[in-house]
Ligand binder design. Structure first.
Ligand code: CA
Length: 239
């Protein structure tokens, strides 16, 4: 591991979980040139260990790994309180596989299909990092006519103030940070309530109901979509 932390404290630390040596070399070179510090794990187990011990700012996770697959690593990282909030970008092979990964909805923040250009990857990394660091630059989230000011802890729809309880606030923030994505009740419990808390699945429905009630005034469109037997999403398409 490198030990340049003292003079590079402000550079984001990226954990690269990838077994292809050539790609590791290429990525390390490009990421370090772009001002990131890097840590490398050659398999999923080591990746989980390093993620837990080093608390990186971002994880680049290959989907095809020996022993434990990238998807499984992603799930385990999301279940652990120490690594739950670390943004993850999955690196996948082209086409079908990328769709499959997306379909599996493992909890990754973004997906980049191989082969990719380092420039594209770095742009996606910066976008994910901005989203994951409230207070950095994305204090204001917008979706449709909903506006969420994270710093002021204030929500507005159509210009009027919406009053939310703390759980509804976190729930809405999560949806607004991942618009269009469907989250199961289990995922919402993990991501919004936290895995250590014991809450029944139907609690999610209760809070979704409260959130809808607070957000929607009579003629307004319900932007929270219920996806039968799958979960919920914040979406402009209803039904
Ligand atoms: Ca691989």
């Amino acid at each position: 591991m490198d030990d340049r932390r003292s003079n590079t404290a402000l550079k984001p630390l990226v954990l690269l979980v990838e077994d292809e040596a050539d790609l590791v070399t290429l990525l390390r070179y490009n990421l370090e040139k772009e001002g990131f510090r890097t840590l490398v794990a050659g398999d999923g187990e080591e990746g989980i260990l390093l993620a837990t011990e080093q608390a990186p700012n971002l994880i680049l996770l290959d989907w095809m790994l020996p022993l434990t697959s990238g998807i499984e690593v992603c799930r385990q990282l999301r279940r652990n309180a120490k690594t739950r909030d670390i943004p993850i970008i999955m690196l996948t092979a082209r086409g079908e596989e990328a769709d499959r990964v997306r379909g599996l909805n493992s909890g990754a923040d973004d997906y980049v299909a191989k082969p990719f250009s380092p420039t594209e990857l770095v742009a996606r990394m910066r976008a994910v990092l901005r989203r994951a660091t409230p207070g950095l630059s994305d204090e204001l989230l917008r979706f449709g006519d909903i506006e969420m000011d994270l710093a002021a802890h204030r929500v507005r729809r159509n210009g009027r103030d919406v009053h939310l309880g703390p759980t509804e606030f976190r729930l809405l923030r999560h949806f607004m940070q991942h618009p269009g994505r469907v989250f199961s009740r289990e995922q919402l419990l993990d991501l919004v309530w936290g895995h250590d808390v014991y809450v029944e699945l139907r609690t999610v429905d209760v809070h979704i109901r409260r959130l809808r009630k607070a957000l929607n005034e009579d003629t307004e469109t319900d932007l929270i979509r219920t996806v039968r037997s799958a979960g919920y999403a914040l979406d402009l398409k209803t039904g």
